[in-house]
Design a protein around this ligand. Structure first.
Ligand SMILES: [Zn+2]
Length: 156
């Protein structure tokens, strides 16, 4: 599977949500992205894999910041591949980018909730970030996911 296709054009309104997403996405798929450098316009992530003879993996991701929209957008190159095997998450393998986004949506709800954002604010931000899911995103959807998250935390 081309991992770039799923990552490309994902938008984030918050840098820590973006970093969290990239970390979680890469770890789920058996690799690890680290920030190579960053400035006010872009964040450059690279795969931290090194072969036995010290050859670095060239896989990289760039997130560009838009001042106008005040958000971050992921861009990857189409010829951007790992030089080692990665364990693609078995579930991700069969997911279309739409259903992947839905999980990402839920992850974002939980992360914003954990960062102290109110459900009404989360609703506005998500609708803004994921226009495709405008019909799915409702107060009920957000409350339900927060409730499920709390249940999972309790049963730990
Ligand atoms: Zn790699």
């Amino acid at each position: 599977m081309n991992t770039s296709k799923i990552l490309d054009n994902q938008e984030f309104n918050n840098k820590s949500v973006l970093n969290h997403f990239i970390k979680e996405y890469s770890n789920k798929n058996g690799f690890n992205m680290v920030i190579k450098n960053s400035n006010s316009k872009a964040i450059y992530y690279i795969c931290d894999y090194k072969s036995d003879n010290n050859i670095r993996c060239n896989f990289s991701i760039v997130a560009y910041h838009s001042n106008l929209l005040d958000n971050w957008k992921i861009k990857t190159k189409t010829d951007n591949n790992h030089n080692h095997n990665i364990d693609l998450d078995i579930n991700n393998n069969t997911l279309s980018s739409q259903s992947f986004n839905k999980q990402n949506l839920i992850d974002n709800i939980i992360l914003m909730y954990k960062n102290g954002f109110k459900p009404s604010f989360i609703e506005i931000k998500l609708k803004n970030n994921y226009p495709v899911f405008k019909n799915l995103i409702s107060k009920k959807f957000i409350y339900d996911n927060i409730r499920n998250f709390k249940k999972r935390e309790k049963s730990r």
